[in-house]
Design a protein around this ligand. Structure first.
Ligand code: AMP
Length: 599
């Protein structure tokens, strides 16, 4: 590939962005969509995966969420759609572990494939099947499905796989963890033999390797961690991360910056669109933020850099391409508004601070699902990223007082205070000296507060699970055999739907992982009785799980969800000793229960 454009190019433009993707062989309609989205260059996984996928090769990719893997497979699949799509059966099937991902991936297909007229349909458990039947009946090109629901439709004859050119298994390790192995095998058996098969997985345990060996033909292998020379190159900067839901990211960024009070900071975003949006948001919150991206002329960029150097701007919101080669002495903080798409990119970004012995801070805002990518970055850089709690309103107030105190101390040491002496002396005739000082401190403090200070709200903390190093299953061990850390203990969550409602373990796991930041492998044993289910989860995330499930449906129904009361002897349900069978009689002589430890 030709060398990537840099900010020193006299006229880097949206055309240059398109060129970077065009080099991969993508067609005009897709290039246009990417340009509208403001993607400036392919991520490493896209650079490596798109050409072989366009050529029809099978592919085995090791990549986690946040690497840009969805576009890596979606773009080639869209390009390979036949021009004549008068037949209504799908040409691509993407299997994903959760409903959340089904929706996300189909939205991505939709965004990229709009100009190609791609008809994309997500199908997952929990959504009324009638709507899915009608959509399937009307004809679709791409189906993005959770395995259980896909199999339901195949069995009904409503999802026909005869025209499939490509099957993608996305987050394959998660799907196996969730007990979908058999469903996946059954689906692949129904798919045409000559199809292209693509498998993406964040980890490559033996079971994934087995699946790949069985179903992929001479696959191209891609691993985004492959380039290791970055280890040791990363500068010594304080590195921390905050786990935060997407909706709370702007507020979290503001809070973290308020507490850190950087001299100057650069905030990295993935796309031009996000740069523009965030710049506007941060200006609205009282920061002096400037955008820097590849869609701007060199002159505009020079002006922005001038303002940053002169101290009339204190926040630079930028894309990777635009910030390449940038060296600003004042920079103290680098913020990754999203987890970078590859460890190399992380290292380049944080290299903007901590130069020449200066101190630097690197902060990453990660969505719950991107937690794993942080681990990958840690492993590749050999450096720790501390996951911190988002500062609370109380933390912020304390910090602001500290800053006022520091400013006063500085003033006491440096400033010529004589012009104010007369004021203090005349006030002390009337008031106590300390009272006068207090009033002055208050005025000084209030003058530093942004107009929004009274409206500060708590930002919800997302529970972070303990680090799993080494990860169970990473070395090929079967995860079901244990190895999951039990620190903090577990508790059971009661869900008022069971077998009679058609609930299966994967529905519960799907609902939990789809609605919360909890990963499939943090979920312990699942028991499904006729009318209720019990799911074992770590104590620390039980509330998050309960809230998430209360806000969603399982098998299309709302369920009662609460902490299991079995342990406290109260409640409407009673179990008998170790056998934990239901007391009382059902038609079939006691409620049937299915227990699947580690499903
Ligand atoms: P994924 O790893 O597929 O979940 O993608 C992570 C995020 O990166 C998504 O929000 C994408 O929209 C975004 N993204 C993917 N590829 C690019 C790119 N080349 N440039 C900018 N953003 C991208």
């Amino acid at each position: 590939m030709s060398s990537a454009p840099t900010p020193t190019d006299p006229a880097h433009s949206a055309d240059d962005d398109a060129a970077a993707f065009a080099d991969l062989g993508l067609r005009t309609e897709l290039l246009k969509a990417l340009s509208v989205l403001g993607y400036e260059e392919p991520t490493p996984i896209q650079r490596e995966a798109i050409p072989p996928l366009l050529a029809g090769r099978d592919l085995l990719g090791q990549a986690a969420t946040g690497t840009g893997k969805t576009a890596a497979f979606a773009l080639p699949l869209l390009q390979r759609m036949p021009d004549d799509r008068s037949g209504g059966d799908p040409v691509s099937l993407v299997l994903v572990p959760t409903r959340e991902l089904a929706v996300q991936v189909s939205e991505a297909f939709h965004r990229y494939g709009k100009d190609l007229g791609a008809r994309v349909l997500p199908i997952y458990g929990g959504q009324p099947i009638g709507r899915q039947l009608r959509a399937l009946d009307g004809g679709v090109d791409v189906v993005v499905a959770t395995p259980g629901r896909a199999l339901d439709h195949i069995a009904r004859g409503t999802l026909r796989l005869g025209a499939l050119a490509t099957v993608v298994l996305d987050e394959a390790d998660e799907m196996l963890d969730m007990g979908f192995a058999e469903d996946i095998e059954a689906i692949l058996e129904h798919a045409p033999a000559g199809r292209q098969t693509v498998l993406f997985s964040a980890t490559m345990p033996a079971r994934i390797d087995g699946l790949a060996r069985k179903h992929l033909t001479d696959p191209e292998r891609i691993q985004i961690e492959r380039e290791r020379p970055v280890a040791g190159e990363a500068p010594r900067v304080r590195q921390s991360a905050y786990i935060v839901a997407r909706a709370h990211k702007p507020a979290a960024l503001g809070r973290v910056l308020d507490v850190e009070s950087p001299t100057a900071a650069i905030v990295f975003c993935r796309s031009r669109e996000e740069v523009d949006r965030l710049t506007e948001t941060m200006n609205g919150r009282g920061y002096r933020a400037e955008a820097l991206h590849g869609g701007m002329s060199q002159e505009q960029r020079d002006r922005v850099m001038g303002r940053l150097r002169a101290g009339t701007a204190d926040l630079l919101v930028a894309t990777d391409v635009a910030a390449r080669g940038l060296d600003v002495e004042q920079l103290t903080h680098v913020v990754n508004y999203d987890v970078p798409s590859a460890p190399e990119s992380y290292v380049h970004r944080i290299g903007r601070v901590g130069r020449a012995g200066r101190e630097g801070v690197a902060i990453t805002l990660a969505e719950p699902r991107e937690h794993r990518m942080l681990k990958t970055i840690e492993r590749v850089t050999g450096q720790r990223i501390t996951v911190d709690k988002i500062p609370t309103v109380a933390d912020l107030r304390t910090r602001r007082l500290e800053l006022t105190q520091a400013a006063l101390r500085e003033s006491l040491l440096e400033d010529d205070l004589d012009p104010f002496r007369a004021i203090v002396e005349s006030l002390t005739d009337e008031f106590d000296l300390v009272e006068v000082a207090l009033a002055a401190v208050r005025l000084a403090h209030e003058a530093t507060l942004p107009g929004t200070a009274d409206e500060e709200e708590e930002i919800p903390q997302v529970a972070v699970r303990p680090a799993r190093e080494p990860r169970p299953g990473y070395d090929g061990r079967d995860r079901r055999g244990g190895g999951r850390p039990r620190s903090g203990g577990t508790t059971q969550v009661f869900i008022g739907l069971g077998r009679r409602a058609g609930v299966r373990p994967q529905d519960l796991v799907g609902a939990i992982t789809g609605e919360t930041g909890v990963s499939g492998r943090d979920i312990g044993s699942i028991e499904i009785a006729d009318r209720f289910s019990l799911v074992e989860v770590p104590y620390g995330v039980a509330d998050e799980v309960i809230q998430g499930l209360r806000g969603s449906t399982i098998k299309g129904r709302k369920a009662t969800v609460r902490r299991d009361r079995d342990g406290d002897g109260g409640g409407e349900r009673r179990f008998d000793g170790d056998r934990r069978e239901r007391r009382g009689r059902d038609g079939d002589g006691g409620e049937r229960r299915e227990r699947r430890d580690r499903w």
